[in-house]
Design a protein around this ligand. Structure first.
Ligand code: NAP
Length: 307
């Protein structure tokens, strides 16, 4: 029986682990299918406070993990297949093994939705990104492309014009899902060029280990052409990693955890932290902040129950 099980090992999970370990709760962290979370697929992180020269994303999460381990946090490399939250103690099935806990912190994150191209996957962190806030500053005076037709795509395209010499926004349909205000803002930005009815079919150049261009196909005419870019930002939505918790806690229509204030879910003793609940900020520092909140709430919950 564990005092605390933390599901996920990104910024939120690792910060929750540091705090609960320092509170002597001996947390168990289940690292999940993307250990290290979104930072593990980022290159340089320049906006996490405390690193004036920036820090490599994978190094930052690894440092957090070591920090948590120093205080007694234990990590296992498994995936939660099922959760049972309707009875206490809570029970998780991890790689077919049941584990029980008095409190749970869900920090399983949201995975960026990708186009699903082989070369796109190989170039993630090397010119292919899902986060303009994280990587935009690397594209000063360079040409970038944003894919998507929702608010995220508009926001990312606008943000990228602060750095890039030009932004090409590629969307597969003539109509946009984005809200009018976001769309108008992008349309009024002279640095953004819209290319509709078009999909990205391939990304170059894996042999150079950087993005040099993409292959575009017009879905109406069927014609294809190459287009030179230095960065490809895929902004086609996120998928919260809440599949194992369906039917166990309150989720919204997109599968994000519904917060009941602070880090609380609708089940007392089950807490949330990071992108699994946050569809707005999605930053390393906000996820860490929420991990801290969840840890303090779990600590107080256990204390109130006399553990
Ligand atoms: P979204 O609204 O679901 O839009 C996703 C976009 O990606 C759609 O245009 C979709 O095309 C396109 N897409 C999906 N799969 C694709 C694929 N395989 N290939 C090419 N294109 C693909 O997602 P989002 O923009 O991330 O927004 C999510 C939520 O957050 C929304 O509720 C949004 O309003 C909110 N949000 C708000 C703000 C803000 O207000 N500041 C900023 C960001 C996000 P189709 O349209 O053809 O389906």
């Amino acid at each position: 029986m564990r005092n605390v099980i933390i599901i996920g090992s990104g910024c939120a999970g690792n910060t929750a682990a540091i705090y609960t370990a320092r509170a002597n709760l001996k947390p168990l962290v289940i690292a999940g299918h993307e250990p290290g979370g979104q930072l593990s697929i980022t290159s340089e992180v320049e906006n996490f406070p405390g690193f004036p020269q920036g820090i490599n994303g994978p190094d930052l999460v690894e440092n957090m993990k070591k920090q948590a381990e120093r205080f007694g946090a234990e990590y296992v490399y498994g995936t939660v297949e099922r959760a049972e939250f309707h009875h206490r103690p809570f029970r998780l099935i991890v790689d077919e093994e049941p584990i029980e806990a008095r409190t749970i912190i869900i920090a399983s994150g949201a995975s960026a939705r990708w186009l699903g191209l082989v070369n796109e996957q190989k170039l993630i962190g090397r010119g292919v990104s899902s986060c303009a806030t994280c990587d935009g500053a690397f594209y000063k005076d360079r040409k970038v492309m944003v894919v998507g037709g929702g608010d995220s795509a508009m926001e990312e395209a606008n943000f990228l014009t602060r750095f890039a010499s030009g932004v090409t926004l590629v969307h597969r349909r003539p109509q946009f899902r984005a809200s009018k205000i976001m769309l108008d803002r992008a349309r009024n930005n002279a640095k953004i060029r819209f290319v509709n009815n078009t999909v990205v079919e391939d990304v170059y150049d894996v042999t150079k280990n950087e993005v040099t261009g993409v292959r575009l196909r017009n879905v109406e005419t069927g014609s294809a052409k190459d287009h030179e870019v230095d960065g490809l930002f895929v902004a086609i939505g996120h998928i919260p990693n809440t599949q194992p918790f369906r039917g166990q806690i309150d989720l919204d229509h997109d599968g994000y955890i519904i917060s009941h204030g602070g880090a609380r879910t609708n089940i007392p003793g089950v807490f949330h932290a990071g992108d699994v609940q946050d569809r707005v900020y999605r930053q390393a520092v906000t996820a860490s902040g929420m991990g801290c909140m969840a840890a303090i709430e779990a600590e107080r919950f256990l204390e109130a129950e006399g553990h």
